[in-house]
Design a binder for this molecule. Structure first.
Ligand SMILES: Nc1ncnc2c1ncn2[C@@H]1O[C@H](COP(=O)(O)OP(=O)(O)OP(=O)(O)O)[C@@H](O)[C@H]1O
Ligand SMILES: [Mg+2]
Length: 788
C-alpha cells in the first residue's frame, strides 16, 4: 500500500486509489499517518476529530471510526492483507507502516540522502525528493484545525528543500532556469531571507543588478514593517557585494556548467504525480469587499482573527463541494474543482460552493462584508507541485480572476462554458460580453441568479424523447417485482452501468410497467448525493419524510412528533436522537426500526424503493440496506442504480443472496443506437456523419444526445418547426464538455498504467476517444478493459 500526505490524502492499492470515505475517516487516517509507527493518544485523536469538543460517548465513536478505517483498509486487499495495520496501543492507536509506504517518509529519506552529499548530482537528488510532492500537503483537510499546524510544518520542510535545490542549481550555473520560479516563490514568502537572497543572486547573474537591489529593499521593508527587524548579516553582505559588482558573485569560470541533469530527466515519472496533466476543470475566485472598513472598526488582532475564521469557513465550504482551495491571495481565495482529480460535475460543484460561501459570509458578518465571485470552466494544466504557486494554471485561472474583479459586491459571475455546463441546475442571466485584459476578443459571461433544480435534466431540450432496447432487462425487473409480491419477501436488484448508459431511464420504464400490474406498487425513491451536508441516510430520509408527511420546514419537535414513538428514525433525518446511546446500540435500533417501518409500509400494498446512484452511498447506508434486505418479510422490491465503482468499494455487494441480483447494463447495440438516432432526429442524416456519431457515442445514449446537442449549437443541425435540416459538420466532432467530464472522471479512477496510456491522448487536445489514443500509441494494444 502507498499512503500519501504530500498533496491530497491518498491511499493507493494495486495501482488504484482507495476511496477513503467521509471526512472523519480521512482525518483519523491523516492524524495516524503524520505520526506513523508511533502511538497517537486517543485524546489527541478525539481533538482532531471533534475540534469543538467530542460528543457524549466520544471514545465509543472514536472506536467505531477506527474499526471502520481498519475495515476500509482491510477490504482494499483482496482476501485481506493479513497484517495488523492499525494497532491498539494504550493510550491510543498506532499505524504500522513498512519502509517507503508513506510519501512523507520517502521524502525525509531522500532529503537525508541529498543532504549527505553522496549523490553525484545534488540538484537531481533534491529534485527527486521534491518529486514526492503532489500539491499542498493534506490539501483536502486544509480546513481541519488539527491539520493546520502540521500543514505549516510540512510546507516549511518543503521550502527548506527547495532552497537547498536552488543552492545546488546556482552552484552549477543554472541560474537562467530559476528566475521565474524564484520570483514566484519569493513573492509568496517575503520574509524568507535565504530565498530572497537566491533571487537577488539569479537576478544579478542575469545582468539585472537594479532589480536585485530592489528585491533587497523590498525584503527589508517587509522585515521592518512586519517584524521590526533589519535583514540578517548574509543578506546585507549580499547587497553590498551586488552594489560593488564583487567578482565573488560571478560563477567561477572553472566551475563546469553541468547540463540539465540527465539523471533527473531519465527518472521514471509516475503517472498522475509529476507529469503535468491537462484537465477540464472549473476555477473559482472569491474576494472580500469591505474588509478594509472592517479593519478600521476593530483592532488589527481582532480583524485578523475574524478574517481567519472567515477563511476557514470558506475553505470548508469549498471542500464540502469537493473543491481544492488553491491559495489565498490577499483577501482573495482561489479554488479548483475537477483538479487535481477530475470530477464529472465540476461546474455545478463550483457554483454550489459559491452560493454556500456567500450565505456563510452573510451569516457571519451580515451586510458588513460582501463577496465577489468569478467562476470559469476550461482546460487547466495540473502541474507538478510547486510551493506557494498554484498547481493549476491556464487561461481559465486568469479569466476567473478577471471575472471576480468585474463582479459587483455580492455577485457571482460565471464564464460561458460554466454557464453551459450548469444548464437546468442554476438560473443565469443572459450572456454579456466583457473585456478581459490580455485576451483578444471579449469574454462572454453571465450572472448567477439562483438555483433551479437538484439534478440536471438530461437530454437536449430540442430532441425528441424515445426509448429503445432494454426489453430483456425490463422483463427481468418486472419478473423480480412479481416474485417479491408473490413471496412476500424483500428482493434487491442493482442496476450497474457507466454514466449515461441508461440506468435511470430503465428504472423509469420499469415504474411505468409495474404501474400496470395488479397489484401496482407504492413507488418511493431517494437519491444518494456525491457531496453536501447530511448525506449519510439522505435517500431513506426522503422516503421517510414522504411517508410520514414531514416537511423540510418542520422544527425538530414537530418532526419527533411525526415519528410517533419511533424516535430513533430521526437519525435518518440527521436529528440527534441517539444522545447517550452507544453508537453500536443506536445503529442496531435504527436498523430494527427501518425493518419494522418497511414491513408496515408494505403490509397493505407492495412497495418498490428506488435508491439512485448508490456508488455515492456511504458504508452506513449500505449496511442498513443489506439489513433491510435480509430481514424484511413483506412484498418489497429494492431497486438500486449505481456506477461500477460501487463494486470497488463493496466487491460483495448483493452477492451470495438468493434474493439479490445484479444487472449490468451494457451499451446499446449498434442497431439500437441507430434506432435511437433515428428517433431523436427525424430526418435523414448523411451517412458519414451518422457513422461518426454512432462510433463516437460508443452505444452510450447520453453521449449520443450530447453530440447532437453540439451539432445543434454549431448550427450543423437545425430544426424549423417539425423539420430538421442536417449539414455535414463544419469541424471535427470533439467530445463535448459534458462527455469529456464523464470520461475524465472515469479515467481518474483507473490504475496508473492504463491512465498513463490514456493521458497520451491529452496531446491531441480535448479528445479522449479510444480510436485516436490507440493510433497515438503506434498501434500498440492498450488495455482498455478498465474503461469498458
Ligand atoms: N434505452 C434508452 N433509449 C433512449 N434513450 C435513452 C435510453 N437510455 C438512456 N437514454 C437517454 O440517455 C440519457 C442518459 O440516460 P440516464 O440518465 O438514464 O443514464 P444513467 O445511466 O442513469 O446515468 P447516470 O449514471 O449519470 O445517472 C438520458 O437523456 C436518456 O433519455
Ligand atoms: Mg442516473
Amino acid at each position: 500500500m502507498e499512503f500519501r500526505v504530500l498533496g491530497p490524502l491518498e491511499v493507493e492499492v494495486h495501482g488504484g486509489l482507495l476511496p477513503l470515505g467521509g471526512v472523519k475517516q480521512r482525518i483519523l487516517l491523516a492524524a495516524l499517518l503524520l505520526e506513523a509507527n508511533r502511538v497517537v493518544s486517543a485524546e489527541r485523536l478525539l481533538g482532531a476529530l471533534w475540534p469543538e469538543g467530542p460528543p457524549p460517548g466520544g471514545s465509543k465513536a472514536l472506536q467505531m471510526h477506527v474499526s471502520q478505517l481498519r475495515k476500509t483498509l482491510e477490504q482494499a486487499v483482496p482476501g485481506g492483507s493479513g497484517r495488523e495495520l492499525i494497532a491498539t496501543r494504550p493510550p491510543g492507536y498506532l499505524i504500522a507502516l513498512e519502509r517507503d509506504e508513506l510519501d512523507l517518509s520517502v521524502f525525509e529519506r531522500l532529503v537525508n540522502e541529498a543532504r549527505s552529499g553522496a549523490a553525484i548530482d545534488t540538484a537531481a537528488a533534491w529534485r527527486r525528493a521534491l518529486g514526492q510532492w503532489r500539491g499542498p500537503p493534506l490539501a483536502d483537510l486544509y480546513a481541519e484545525p488539527f491539520a493546520r499546524a502540521e500543514i505549516a510544518r510540512l510546507e516549511s520542510m518543503r521550502l527548506d528543500a527547495l532552497e537547498e535545490l536552488f543552492e545546488s542549481e546556482l552552484a552549477c550555473g543554472r541560474h537562467h532556469d530559476l528566475v521565474a520560479e524564484l520570483e514566484g516563490l519569493a513573492a509568496e514568502h517575503p520574509l524568507r531571507e535565504r530565498l530572497r537572497g537566491q533571487l537577488m543572486l539569479v537576478l544579478y547573474r542575469s545582468g539585472r543588478q537594479a532589480q536585485a537591489l530592489e528585491v533587497y529593499q523590498d525584503t527589508r521593508r517587509h522585515l521592518v514593517e512586519e517584524l521590526g527587524i533589519e535583514p540578517g548579516r548574509p543578506l546585507q553582505d549580499l547587497e553590498r557585494a551586488v552594489l560593488q559588482h564583487d567578482p565573488a558573485l560571478d560563477l567561477s569560470a572553472a566551475t563546469p556548467v553541468a547540463p540539465a541533469s540527465v539523471e533527473a530527466q531519465s527518472q521514471p515519472v509516475e503517472p498522475g504525480r509529476q507529469r503535468p496533466e491537462r484537465k477540464l476543470a472549473t476555477v473559482l475566485f472569491a474576494d472580500l469587499v469591505g474588509s478594509t472598513e472592517l479593519g478600521e472598526q476593530h483592532d488589527p488582532e481582532r480583524t485578523r482573527a475574524l478574517l481567519e475564521r472567515f477563511y476557514d469557513a470558506m475553505a470548508a465550504e469549498i471542500a464540502a463541494s469537493g473543491g481544492t482551495t488553491e491559495k489565498f491571495v490577499g483577501d482573495a481565495i482561489m479554488a479548483a474543482f475537477g483538479a487535481p482529480v477530475a470530477l464529472e460535475d465540476h461546474a455545478t460543484r463550483a457554483l454550489h460552493a459559491a452560493v454556500a460561501m456567500r450565505a456563510r459570509l452573510e451569516e457571519q458578518f451580515g451586510a458588513k462584508l460582501a463577496l465577489r465571485v468569478g467562476v470559469c470552466t476550461g482546460e487547466v494544466v495540473v502541474g507538478p507541485a510547486r510551493e506557494g504557486s498554484s498547481f493549476v494554471t491556464g487561461d481559465s485561472v486568469n479569466v476567473a480572476a478577471r471575472l471576480e474583479q468585474l463582479a459587483e459586491p455580492g455577485e457571482i459571475l460565471v464564464g460561458e462554458r460554466t454557464a453551459a455546463a450548469v444548464r437546468g441546475i442554476f438560473e443565469l442571466s443572459e450572456l454579456m460580453a466583457v473585456d478581459v485584459r490580455g485576451k483578444r476578443g471579449r469574454v462572454r459571461c453571465a450572472r448567477l441568479l439562483g438555483p433551479l433544480a437538484a439534478q440536471q435534466p438530461r437530454g437536449a431540450p430540442m430532441l425528441r424523447r424515445t426509448f429503445v432496447g432494454r426489453a430483456a432487462e425490463l422483463e427481468l425487473l418486472r419478473a423480480t417485482y412479481l416474485r417479491a409480491v408473490q413471496e412476500e419477501g424483500a428482493h434487491l436488484v442493482t442496476i450497474l452501468g457507466e454514466a449515461g448508459v441508461g440506468k435511470t431511464s430503465l428504472v423509469g420504464a420499469l415504474a411505468e410497467a409495474v404501474s400496470r400490474e395488479s397489484p401496482p406498487p407504492r413507488w418511493r425513491s431517494g437519491r444518494c448525493a456525491a457531496y453536501g451536508r447530511g448525506l449519510t441516510f439522505r435517500p431513506l430520509g426522503e422516503i421517510l419524510k414522504e411517508y410520514l408527511g414531514i416537511l423540510d420546514s418542520d422544527p425538530p419537535t414537530a418532526v419527533r412528533q411525526s415519528l410517533g414513538g419511533r424516535d430513533i428514525l430521526g437519525l435518518t433525518l440527521d436529528i440527534d436522537v441517539a444522545q447517550d446511546l452507544a453508537p453500536i446500540v443506536a445503529r442496531e435500533r435504527l436498523h430494527d426500526a427501518w425493518v419494522e417501518l418497511f414491513e408496515e409500509m408494505a403490509a397493505s400494498e407492495p412497495v418498490v424503493i428506488l435508491v439512485e446512484d448508490l456508488h455515492w452511498a456511504n458504508e452506513e447506508l449500505l449496511d442498513l440496506l443489506e439489513r433491510i434486505l435480509a430481514e424484511v418479510r413483506a412484498s418489497l422490491l429494492l431497486v438500486a442504480t449505481a456506477r461500477p465503482e460501487l463494486l470497488d468499494r463493496r466487491p460483495g455487494w448483493g452477492g451470495g443472496r438468493r434474493n439479490a441480483i445484479t444487472l449490468a447494463l451494457e451499451p446499446l447495440s449498434r442497431e439500437e443506437s441507430a434506432r435511437l438516432l433515428g428517433g431523436l432526429v427525424d430526418a435523414p442524416v448523411p451517412a458519414r456523419l451518422r457513422r461518426l456519431l454512432l462510433e463516437r457515442a460508443e452505444g452510450n445514449p447520453f453521449f449520443l444526445e450530447e453530440l447532437l446537442a453540439t451539432l445543434i449549437d454549431r448550427g450543423d443541425l437545425e430544426r424549423r418547426g417539425d423539420e430538421w435540416s442536417v449539414r455535414e459538420p463544419t469541424a471535427d466532432l470533439a467530445a463535448p464538455d459534458s462527455v469529456q467530464a464523464v470520461l475524465a472522471a472515469r479515467i481518474d479512477l483507473l490504475p496508473p498504467g492504463a491512465k498513463a496510456a490514456l493521458q497520451a491522448a491529452a496531446v491531441i487536445g480535448r479528445t479522449f476517444w479510444a480510436g485516436p489514443v490507440r493510433e497515438l500509441l503506434g498501434g500498440e494494444e492498450v488495455d482498455f478493459r478498465g474503461l469498458e
